[in-house]
Design a protein around this ligand. Structure first.
Ligand code: UCC
Ligand code: FAD
Length: 588
């Protein structure tokens, strides 16, 4: 039949309509808030250099990195236990794209930029901006990069002597041939949160002053790395060890020898995971791992804390980047998908949905950047006492809050593509799977809420004072801007309510505080994000959308911890009732 006579659908034709896919455009040029933030804060001489590099890298992400990331997802790592002749080799086989990501990471200085400090105390903002742009495209190579950065930070803080000097040069190298990545082996079967009582690995001193480690590491990510930092208990001459946190020391080990043989490690198996499938995560038997003790005996946890600070910030960056990416794709799709007689972008309810996601993302972005800025200042020695307190507090707060936000925003984002958002080969579902881990690894939400309590308790009120002082000074910047009035009032009143609780902290029982910990952490996050949005909207270069975002954010309950009604749920009686409710019908 003639073309026009052929039925629209038939055996030979599947219809003529194909939905346009969402297109990834240069993530730097697409990001108004990032550009505005840099313009506002960076010294004039840095703005153009940083902007030019981010714009160039943004192009590379679209033209090269994004496809590599897809290949990493589609070709997950495999474990080859034995060679063809039956010899145990335990080779972790990764795809070429994973290897290429290592080279690109070195070339782009994704770790190095944090240590070269070209942009002085803005170097972390610069480095993390690059990671933020590429994270959703990088096939989770950002996971080994986070641990690599964390290891470099630990080494820098311990002093770069002996084998650590070589390691530091490698971890911070821009030369792909020299560049090393690091693992972070903390979790054992008995505990990932409770490292103090969960760590069974023992360390035996050797005549040459090195150690041999024997133990079983239950989760080790990016196990193809070159080196690792790990925890173990030093045995005394009678074979005794000290229990708890005080018995833990920090060790440095290279994963393979010069011939590429594993350093007395057996790879038990690779984990079968919901997401992060691009990353090889293994269970490892350490059967005499040759290692160097790099902390004082018993100072393992305190020494690895520097690594946690860095990896938790990377986690925050990944979370915010995931939110930003799903919005970028979603808003592009809204210009292409035509339903009920108009494009999605012309359906107000759909725009409201995306706008709410945008508000979440902006708040998260500003919090992330605050931590980056504070870290950069700490490293240059230019941070004030107040800023050091803020860095300690906001690191866990940002990690725990953005981890949760990422899951909810990315999930909402998938829905913006309708059924297509659920289809594997669009690449979208992987974003949700990868978001789910952000609240689990590097400290769960509850563990980080307790970490917030730890740092509040340790500082005897100074951390909280720093928080209040800084949040109030941010509000003060908006005093002349009438349109921001409702947002300022909301943050101020939330600060007041939080202040009431804080004044009574000394009289509150540890049990009460433990039960309030998560709500307290959420309050700190929401209030500070509100103050940051207000501060940004009060800037002379701010736009109407900056103002709108601040107002919208502050419409929610910014201080969920202290309302009268919820007080009861932190009291002693609530503990028994919570348990009874959970086990209703299944008594324990
Ligand atoms: O999950 C992992 C890797 C995943 C892959 C990497 C992804 C990176 C993101 C990439 C995005 C794509 S690695 C495993 C991570 N594991 C954790 O995060 C552990 C979670 N558990 C905790 O954080 C616990 O709170 C512990 C283990 C820190 C609790 O240990 P202790 O020993 O019971 O704690 P203590 O006794 O309170 O603290 C011991 C010392 C104290 O110092 P001193 O002795 O000087 O008073 C604490 O102040 O450690 C100090 N300390 C800290 N210092 C404890 N936590 C911190 C901290 N966060 N910052 C500073
Ligand atoms: P648990 O501690 O058993 O937690 C179970 C639940 O109990 C959680 O909801 C937690 O919040 C809650 N909980 C625990 N303690 C308390 C408390 N005191 N109060 C209130 N609630 C509490 N680890 C490494 O060391 N290196 C790695 O490279 C690594 N890679 C990982 C990769 C992936 C994909 C995953 C999923 C995990 C990885 N981990 C790694 C392990 C990870 O860090 C731990 O799983 C995590 O810290 C949680 O520890 P856990 O599994 O022992 O959970």
């Amino acid at each position: 039949p003639q073309e026009e006579e052929r039925p629209h659908f038939s055996r030979s034709s599947i219809g003529s309509f194909f939905q346009e896919r969402p297109q990834l455009r240069n993530p730097f040029l697409q990001d108004a808030l990032l550009q505005g933030y840099l313009r506002r804060h960076l010294p004039a001489q840095a703005v153009s250099a940083v902007g030019a590099d981010l714009e160039r890298f943004g192009e590379r992400i679209c033209s090269e990195v994004d496809a590599l990331g897809r290949q990493c997802e589609e070709t997950p790592p495999r474990l080859q236990h034995c060679d063809a002749w039956g010899r145990r080799v335990d080779r972790i086989l990764t795809c070429p794209a994973w290897g290429r990501m290592k080279e690109i990471s070195a070339q782009e200085g994704l770790v190095a930029a944090g240590y070269e400090r070209t942009f002085r105390d803005w170097s972390r903002v610069y480095q993390m901006s690059k990671l933020y742009l590429c994270s959703p495209s990088a096939g989770l190579y950002t996971c080994p990069l986070a641990m690599t950065d964390g290891a470099a930070k630990v080494i820098e803080s311990l002093g770069k002597s002996g084998p650590l000097d070589k390691a530091f040069q490698r971890l911070t190298s821009r030369d792909p041939q020299q560049f090393w990545t690091s693992g972070q082996w903390m979790t054992e079967r008995k505990g990932g949160s409770d490292v103090a009582s969960g760590t069974e690995t023992v360390a035996r001193l050797q005549p040459d002053g090195t150690y041999r480690l024997y133990g079983f590491k239950w989760f080790t990510s990016a196990t193809d790395s070159d080196m690792t930092l790990t925890l173990g208990r030093v045995e005394d001459s009678l074979g005794h060890t000290v229990g708890g946190s005080k018995g833990l020391s920090l060790f440095y080990a290279e994963v393979r020898d010069e011939l590429g043989h594993l350093n007395n490690i057996e790879v038990q198996r690779l984990k079968d995971k919901l997401g992060t499938r691009q990353v090889p995560t293994a269970e490892l038997l350490l059967d005499g791992l040759r290692a160097h003790r790099v902390s004082e005996e018993g100072r393992g946890v305190a020494s690895i804390a520097n690594m946690l600070t860095i990896t938790r910030l990377h986690n925050t960056v990944s979370a915010v980047a995931g939110m930003r990416r799903i919005i970028a794709l979603g808003r592009d799709y809204a210009t292409k998908r035509f339903v009920f007689g108009k494009f999605l972008k012309d359906h107000p309810l759909h725009m409201q949905t995306l706008a709410r996601m945008e508000v979440e993302t902006r708040a998260a972005f500003l919090l992330m950047m605050s931590v980056c800025r504070l870290l950069g200042r700490e490293e240059l020695g230019s941070a004030s006492e107040l800023e050091l307190h803020l860095l300690r507090l906001l690191t866990p707060v940002a990690k725990l809050y953005t981890g949760k936000q990422a899951m909810s925003v990315v999930s909402e984002g998938l829905e913006c593509f309708g059924g297509q958002g659920y289809m594997e080969d669009t690449g979208l579902p992987g974003m949700l799977r990868d978001a789910q881990v952000l609240s689990i690894w590097e400290g769960t939400t509850n563990i980080l809420s307790l970490d917030v309590l730890r740092c509040l308790a340790k500082s005897h009120g100074q951390v909280l004072e720093a928080f209040f002082t800084d949040a109030k000074s941010k509000l003060a910047t908006a005093s002349g801007k009438r349109e921001l009035g409702p947002a300022v009032t909301a943050v101020d009143s939330a600060l007041g309510r939080l202040g009431q609780l804080v004044q009574t902290v000394a009289q509150l029982s540890p049990r009460f505080l433990e039960l309030a910990a998560r709500d307290l952490a959420y309050s700190l996050a929401r209030i500070y994000m509100g103050a940051l949005l207000v501060d940004h909207a009060a800037w002379e270069g701010a736009t109407k959308t900056d103002l709108y975002a601040a107002l919208r954010w502050c419409e929610q309950d910014l201080c969920p911890v202290v309302t009268k009604e919820t007080h009861g749920c932190y009291e002693q009686e609530a503990v028994a009732m919570d348990t009874a409710l959970v086990y209703d019908g299944s008594p324990v």
